[in-house]
Design a protein. Structure first.
Length: 138
């Protein structure tokens, strides 16, 4: 298992992988910020572009999209009181009043930080539970 993680870390350090993650993050933020669009629509539109692509690079693109849609959805909720995605509609309750008081940048920064910490915590929990789930999956 450690060998697989080291292989994945080496593959992640390649310039193409980093480019796909950044492209996916940009697409995810845009699709999250547009009301009515979300992760499923972004992945559906990105899917045809991945045909013929290296499967690992396609997965990095999808990971970038999935990890940034939530943050992108919080931006219009905080600034316009319009939910970008249904998943973080509760952000309207605290974020928009902060923006009205002139603390919009602080609210967006708090949202970005919470999305980052939540993503990392989820990845750590997944890696910790992987040895327990592996016998069930395989």
């Amino acid at each position: 298992m450690i060998d697989s993680m080291l292989l994945a870390a080496m593959r992640l350090a390649e310039p193409g992988a980093i480019a796909m993650l950044l492209l996916g993050a940009t697409v995810g933020i845009v699709f999250g910020a547009l009301p009515g669009l979300g992760s499923i629509v972004a992945l559906s539109i990105a899917l045809p572009f991945t045909f013929g692509m290296d499967p690992m690079l396609a997965m990095y693109l999808f990971a970038g999209i999935m990890s940034s849609v939530t943050f992108g959805g919080s931006v219009p909720e905080i600034l316009l009181n319009t939910p970008g995605t249904s998943l973080n509609a509760a952000t309207c309750f605290d974020g928009y009043p902060m923006a009205q008081r002139g603390e919009g940048a602080r609210a967006v920064a708090i949202s970005a930080t919470s999305c980052f910490v939540g993503s990392r915590a989820g990845a750590i929990v997944m890696l910790a539970l992987l040895p327990l789930v592996k016998p069930i999956v395989f």
